[in-house]
Structure formats: C-alpha cells, structure tokens
Design a protein around this ligand. Structure first.
Ligand code: MG
Length: 157
C-alpha cells in the first residue's frame, strides 16, 4: 500500500462525504421539482452528478495507490426546505464543511510526505473555490428577489 492507513481511512470518510453530498443535492433537486422550478432542479441534478464524480475520483485513487476502499454508512439527506434561499444556504454550509475535510486530507498528506496525494488533492482544493463561489452567487440573487419572486431565479442559474 502506497498511502498511510491514516490517509486511507480519511479518504474513505471523504468518499462518504462526497456520496452524502450527492444525496443532499438530489434531495434539493426533488424540492425544486415539487416547486415547479425545472432549471433550479436541473442545476441540483448536475451538482449531484459532480459530487458522485468527486467520490469516484477518491475511490479510484485509493485503489490505484493499493489501498482499501470502505464506503461508510451515509446519513440521510435533509428533505424539507421552505425556500430557494434556504437550499442555497444549506448547500454553501455543506461546501464549507467539504473544504475543511479536504484541507484535513492535505494536512495528513503533508505529514506523510506523500507528494502524489498532495498533487491529487490540489484539484479538489481549487474545485472547492468554484463550488463555494457558485453558491454564494445564488444566495446573493435569492436574497435580492425574496421568497415571493424566487421564481425569477429560474432564469439565472
Ligand atoms: Mg465535492
């Protein structure tokens, strides 16, 4: 095995977080579908697919490095939302946790002097900048239009 046990365990936890994010975004997509917001739902489906792809990147990386993939039990996603603003705020809070988790992985890789994993994680660090910026943008718009006019967001995602 080319990665430490500690790093392997932490990446397995991250695979869980990424798949958990997939479920969370699907749950948000379902809420938007219920509200009749097709474009907002589409955006959340895309986000769910991205998170699944992130999980698979970690999954394949562990295998490539001769580690052991163990997918943790996933908690169920939040299912009840009352507004688009609430959805975007929950998504941003989620992405900030993901960013912290990735920084934690970077710290382990640095302590291990595992340069290959550090390189691999750079992509995720950069990806998180975009994820957070996107959600911050949506929050700004949702705050401007307010709950009564949130349908206007349909044209802006
Ligand atoms: Mg992700």
């Amino acid at each position: 095995m080319d990665i430490s046990k500690k790093l392997n365990d932490a990446i397995n936890a991250q695979i869980g977080h990424e798949f958990e994010a997939t479920l969370q975004y699907l749950s948000m997509a379902a809420y938007f579908e219920e509200e009749g917001y097709k474009n907002l739902a589409k955006r959340m489906y895309e986000q769910a697919e991205e998170e699944h792809a992130h999980g698979m990147k970690f999954f394949k990386f562990v295998l490539e490095r001769g580690g052991k993939v163990e997918i943790p039990t996933l908690p169920g996603p939040k299912a009840v939302f009352t507004s688009a603003l609430e959805v975007f705020k929950a998504a941003l809070a989620w992405e900030k946790v993901v960013t912290k988790n990735i920084y934690n992985l970077v710290e382990i890789a640095i302590a291990d002097k595992d340069y290959a994993t550090q390189q691999f994680l750079n992509w995720f660090t950069n990806e998180q900048i975009e994820e957070e910026a996107n959600m911050e943008g949506y929050i700004k718009l949702a705050e401007k239009v307010g709950k009564d006019h949130e349908y206007l967001l349909e044209g802006h995602v």
